[in-house]
Design a protein. Sequence first.
Length: 319
Amino acid sequence: MSVLTEPRRGATTGELQDEIRRIARERNAVILAHNYQRPEAKTGADTIVFCGVHFMAETAAILSPQKTVLLPDLAAGCSLAATITAQQLRDWKAEHPGAVVVSYVNTSAEVKAETDYCCTSGNAVDVINAIPADREILFLPDMFLGAHVRRMTGRDNIHVWMGECHVHAGIDPDDLTRQRAEHPGAELLVHPECGCTTSVLEAISAGDLAEGDVRVLSTEGMMRRPAQSPANEFIVATEVGILYRLRRENPGKQFFAANDQASCVYMKVTTLPKVLRALERNQHRIVVAPDIADRARLAIERMVSIGGAPATVPADPGE
Ligand code: SF4
């Protein structure tokens, strides 16, 4: 058992990291940075310290109910997830009886529990296509992703919740057009796994962003791309946090943020001293009530089951 200590005043980053690693080993804990995939379901650790925002930690708790999931700072929310509550969704469903509910992963556990299928920006179109064409769909909470899937699927029976993430306002397609004029040889890398770039995704599918070398990539795809590309300059459209790793791993190339202001305050609240405190004090434990978790897990599992095999999806999620 480790001794409870306050992070030593003036401790260096390296010292904090060493201490975090030591306690994590002692507690069989894993530290996860934000990611919408399911590595948390595969880890052998007993404790997951989630360095992301609240809905992501909830998703880890839903997928791994036997593990202890800790969020170092409860202020790590998400402005997009906050645009809809479970009660608002129930009211919306009551207005559209029989509609199928598709929720982007940026939602609370309670909202997921009211959902038929979860989706990510990467598979939203596949998820919608797996639902019979004559079924009405309620898509939430991101209006840009909703407009994108409506266009890509050609369906006019998709109702879209008018939610948005505060960060994407900083990644305006007009900014991108300007940046590309200033760096004509640059590749445009778009990372759509958070609400912050769905407006860009929507502009691409609408044809509002000029053709050119646009790559829509996952986190790891984005990390690999600079080494594979002949380009020396890249314009990066996503929350600015990813630039640090891109620059560190590709010192010979240049990276420009689509907009330096595109920074998510919620993703920045987690600091090393808070991670250390979370491990030492076993705080803040994210617990999802079993009945909510079971229903939310079903919506997530339906999404996972689609992965390229839409025929496996039940025609009526209520069945
Ligand atoms: Fe939520 Fe936007 Fe922050 Fe992503 S960038 S966590 S969508 S507020």
